[in-house]
Design a protein around this ligand. Structure first.
Ligand code: HEC
Length: 184
């Protein structure tokens, strides 16, 4: 018994961001994260829509897995008049003056999930700074990081904890497309 505990501790020390640590979040923290994810619109953009009986609805088999890799988009929407932005049928690709952005795979898939490289601290920092890992490329619209960045460290940490233990979905989200050159 004692040996098992020591072994587990040694493994946690050896792999601080690894799978073992991810299952170690307290259940209350995970429950708080689930509540925040459900009430802060994450599903609206990160869970692809499918057509249901009364219109578009979330496809929960692909919960929070971002823009589906099968939906290939190669150019932005052609907009004119007062229109500034458009979203795809799945609500996961967004076209606007910033180019085309594709919502990230928030599931813990080890190869395609965006949070695979993130610690909890980096997640908090990313929401505060609007940068990948808190220091990389800018996180594009319409990701509302200026809104979520105002949550407490505790709430953002709870969101991270919840996202690290939802069902993994393998889905490689494409890189964003740059804005089209202005027509002349
Ligand atoms: C209005 C749509 C929208 C909503 C609502 C939204 N997101 Fe996003 N999110 C996006 C888009 C689009 C991207 C991709 C941006 C890019 O590629 O730069 C993104 C990217 C991300 C990323 C990846 C950042 C990185 O490192 O590149 C994370 C993490 C994330 N969102 C978490 C969340 C969480 C958690 C919520 C709910 C609390 C949420 N999002 C709600 C649209 C949204």
């Amino acid at each position: 018994m004692k040996t098992t505990c020591l072994t587990a501790l040694a493994l946690l020390a050896a792999f601080p961001g690894g799978a073992l640590a991810e299952t170690a979040f307290p259940p209350e923290k995970v429950a708080r994260g689930e509540y925040l994810v459900k009430t802060s619109a994450c599903h609206d953009c990160h869970t692809p829509f499918k057509m249901g009986e009364s219109g578009p609805e979330w496809d929960m088999e692909r919960m929070l897995s971002g823009h589906p890799e099968s939906e290939v988009i190669t150019e932005g929407a052609a907009l004119s008049g007062p229109w500034a932005a458009a979203s795809s049928y799945t609500n996961t690709a967004w076209s606007g003056p910033w180019g085309v952005s594709f919502t990230a795979n928030l599931t813990p898939d080890p190869e395609t999930g965006v949070l695979r490289d993130y610690t909890e601290e980096q997640f908090v920092l990313a929401m505060r700074t609007g940068r990948h890992l808190g220091q990389g490329r800018p996180i594009l619209p319409p990701m509302p990081w200026p809104v979520y960045g105002q949550m407490t460290d505790e709430d953002l940490g709870a969101i991270y904890a919840y996202l690290r233990q939802i069902p993994p979905v393998r889905n490689k989200v494409p890189e964003p497309l740059p804005p089209a050159a202005p027509a002349n």
